[in-house]
Write a protein that binds this ligand. Structure first.
Ligand code: GRF
Length: 203
């Protein structure tokens, strides 16, 4: 399975995917990294791992469709079969998500369906939540709402700052994203009728 990773920034989840995919028994390989931000830190990390990187800025295009067209061309050229969104800060159109349905996954820093959107850690603290976590899900046209593939929970400590909580969640993100990708790549998890179906043995 050939995987393309879309990023906009730091790329720590991308790095976790690259590391996992470097293992001999991992069922997928990362064949390209695309960023909409020319300055994304993750680009240098990917390049240093020998992975082809591409910059596709929104600014170079008259509209969203043209921008997504460029991304699609890069993915096609690289023979990508599965896309991992890893801190990609753009909402993809229904045209794009429908084309990739079941083969497009995202990581979100909350226990969805709680806390979709941005600034999850601050909102979790503000709400007085005692647990928090992260979710890998299939991407559908509705933001942060597709079928869940994997989740992990962490405690929220009374003394937590937003930053401390973010680090605790991020460490779990780096564990469950490679796990979820391997499940999708190996066919152990797949999307059917807007649900995640697990291969026998994982129910
Ligand atoms: C992560 O918290 C991820 O869950 C969210 O954006 C952040 C990206 O971080 N979608 P990184 O670029 O992977 O370090």
């Amino acid at each position: 399975n050939r995987v393309g990773v879309l990023i906009s920034g730091r790329g720590s989840n991308m790095t976790a995917l690259i590391r996992a995919a470097a293992e001999a028994d991992f069922p997928a390989e990362i064949v390209c990294v695309i960023s909409d931000q020319p300055e994304a830190q993750g680009l240098a990390v990917a390049a240093s791992s020998g992975i082809p990187t591409f910059v596709a800025p929104r600014a170079g295009h008259p509209n969203k469709a043209a921008h997504e067209g460029e991304i699609q061309r890069i993915l096609d050229e690289a023979g990508v079969e599965i896309i991992c969104l890893a801190g990609f800060m753009r909402i993809l159109s229904a045209d794009f998500t429908n084309r990739w349905v079941g083969r497009l996954i995202n990581i979100h820093p909350s226990l969805l369906p709680l806390f979709p959107g941005l600034t999850t850690h601050a909102r979790v603290i503000q709400q007085g939540m005692r647990i928090h976590g992260c979710t890998v899900h299939f991407v559908t046209a509705e933001m942060d709402a597709g079928p869940i593939i994997a989740q992990a929970a962490v405690p929220v400590l009374p003394t937590d700052t937003e930053g401390e909580l973010a680090v605790r969640v991020l460490n779990m993100e780096h564990k469950i994203y490679p796990l979820a990708l391997s499940m999708v790549a190996s066919g152990k998890a797949r999307m059917e009728n807007n649900r995640t179906v697990y291969a026998h043995g994982l129910e």
